[in-house]
Design a binder for this molecule. Structure first.
Ligand code: FAD
Length: 291
């Protein structure tokens, strides 16, 4: 379908962009990579009167590793993350997850801020943000605020953002170099959105798991943390028995929906399998050893 008619603005500062959105009276929308918004317009799921292109705003495309962790500007593209070799070694869970986003052409344009604002429940970046306790900084006409990722997503394609608020930065806390982690997802074809996906990590204290974080995508209306499964993992030696217990708890604990792609029962079983594989990767246990 042809796109609806809209005006177009290409501001060169955040202030100008926010002012344009504020005067749009809810009828203006930001556009970054356009990889989700263009299909939304083509399907007439939105008909904004004005598109505010963010790409000429300086400094929003920066990747910064600082003492307080990792800062990703809203305009950082999937390709920028892939191409930054520091991230593969210093934030390996993020780098591993982004490999699963869509196809090369989409990764060349799609952005971190666009993905978080679009809030697809099966998207990798929202899942990483929730799993890693990320904080999302936004700017609007009434000032700036920082929102915990876990409070940011309200449901499919719905967030706490006001119409005149822009995501500017996503902050992930520091990542210890000896942290154990795993990312697994399943989709019908490579590059498709995940039917289910798991991002997890834990630290080790006296040979046992501590500070366990387990995030899930694709199973419900927004990314989730599995606190019951995290509690099972914390304090245990990560061996085959623990992996089985955590996977069973994750499968029981997860909030689940079924759709045209897979039933709720199938997805529940899938989550157990993905958690088992991700934890096996984290603990560097060969699957054959767990038999
Ligand atoms: P846009 O399309 O420009 O915008 C998306 C939404 O975010 C719009 O509502 C826009 O108004 C808003 N927005 C954009 N930037 C900001 C900002 N800074 N502040 C506030 N609001 C903002 N994604 C995945 O995660 N995994 C996949 O497997 C995957 N597969 C895909 C397959 C296909 C065929 C396609 C077309 C897309 C796929 N995507 C997937 C989506 C892709 O990653 C998008 O690039 C991403 O979701 C949106 O980023 P964008 O920069 O293109 O945002």
């Amino acid at each position: 379908m042809k796109l609806p008619a809209f005006s177009y603005a290409s501001p060169t500062s955040l202030e100008e962009a926010v002012a344009l959105l504020a005067t749009g009276d809810g009828e203006a929308m930001p556009i970054a990579g356009g990889q989700s918004l263009m299909p939304v317009l083509a399907f007439r799921l939105a008909s904004p009167s004005l598109l505010v292109d963010l790409r000429r705003i300086p400094d929003l495309d920066r990747i910064r590793i600082a003492e307080d962790g990792l800062h990703l500007g809203a305009l950082v593209r999937w390709r920028d993350i892939e191409d930054d070799s520091r991230l593969a070694s210093e934030f390996p869970l993020l780098a591993a997850a982004i490999e699963h986003v869509a196809h090369y052409q989409i990764r060349n344009r799609g952005t971190v801020g666009g993905s978080l604002a679009h809030a697809d429940p099966a998207a990798e970046m929202p899942g990483i943000a929730v799993a890693c306790d990320a904080r999302i900084s936004v700017v609007g006409s009434s000032g700036s605020r920082t929102i915990d990722a876990v409070d940011f997503f309200l449901g499919p394609l719905t967030t706490v953002l006001a119409p005149d608020e822009l995501i500017v930065d996503v902050h992930l806390p520091p990542w210890p170099s000896d942290r154990r982690w795993g990312f697994q997802e399943f989709s019908r074809r490579r590059g498709d959105f995940a039917m289910a996906g798991v991002a997890l990590f834990y630290d080790e204290q006296a040979g046992c798991a501590a500070n366990a974080h387990i995030g899930i995508i694709g199973t419900n209306d927004r990314p989730q943390r599995l606190s019951a499964a995290e509690a099972v993992l914390n304090g245990r030696v990560v061996d085959g028995e623990t992996i089985g217990l955590v996977a069973a708890s994750a499968s029981d604990d997860v909030e689940m929906h079924g759709d045209m792609h897979a039933s709720a029962a199938y997805r529940r079983a899938l989550v157990g399998t993905l958690v088992e594989r991700a934890l096996g990767h984290a603990a560097a246990i060969d699957p054959a050893e767990r038999e």
